[in-house]
Design a protein around this ligand. Structure first.
Ligand code: GAR
Length: 197
């Protein structure tokens, strides 16, 4: 039984997709905790309703990024994670934090990395006029949105697309991609940048 800790800041639809996939597929995992930096993150409600322990580490309570990351790390490690899953966790993490979880921390980012790291990925994809957009699951490293990609999902950018229509199309793929990537990790089968759609 592997322990998974999920970090999120908001809605938590990726967390929900992961938990549902694990339940449906009877994965040999325990969701040890869902942890948020925001007390009002909607994702915490789903976790509580599904019997997953939750914790809140409010970043605003800490004077520095380093102090926040140290506190977060202590809470996470209390749940002995084999894998830390960032699912819409909107904080930049310090190098010592990331290095502590090297090789066992994944993130999903709503673009085809290395294109469009950072925020507002859908608007920037539209502005750039790309024909394809998508999402990437990658190992987290100290450089934001630059860790080794392990899985990508592609969607077409269609005539008349808005930021919202593109966001919805990409998010639907995220909900397939992230559970798939985590399953590969659990099976010890993650290869560098596996393309599944
Ligand atoms: C997702 O689209 C995820 O890719 C993105 O935040 C959203 C969270 O949605 N993550 C990032 O932008 C990280 N840089 P969710 O809370 O419904 O899973």
């Amino acid at each position: 039984m592997k322990n998974i800790v999920i970090l999120l800041s908001g809605r938590g639809s990726n967390m929900e997709a992961i938990v549902r996939a694990a339940q449906a597929g009877q994965w040999p995992v325990r969701f040890s905790a869902v942890i948020s930096n925001k007390a009002d993150a909607k994702g915490l409600v789903f976790a509580q309703e599904h019997g997953i322990p939750t914790a809140v580490v409010p970043n605003r309570d800490y004077a520095s990024r380093e102090a926040f990351d140290a506190a977060l790390r202590e809470v996470i490690d209390g749940f002995s994670p084999d894998l830390v899953v960032l699912a819409g966790f909107m904080r930049i993490l310090t190098a010592p934090f990331v290095e502590h979880y090297a090789g066992r921390i994944l993130n999903i980012h709503p673009s085809l990395l290395p294109d469009f790291p950072g925020l507002d990925t859908h608007r920037r994809a539209l502005d750039a006029g790309v024909a394809e957009h998508g999402a990437t699951v990658h190992f987290v490293t100290a450089e934001l949105d630059h860790g080794p990609a392990v899985a990508q999902a592609r969607v077409p950018v269609l005539p008349g697309d808005t930021e919202e229509s593109l966001r919805v199309r990409v998010l639907a793929q995220e909900h397939i991609l992230y559970p798939h990537a985590i399953r590969l990790f659990l099976d010890g089968r993650l290869s560098h940048r596996e393309k599944i759609t």
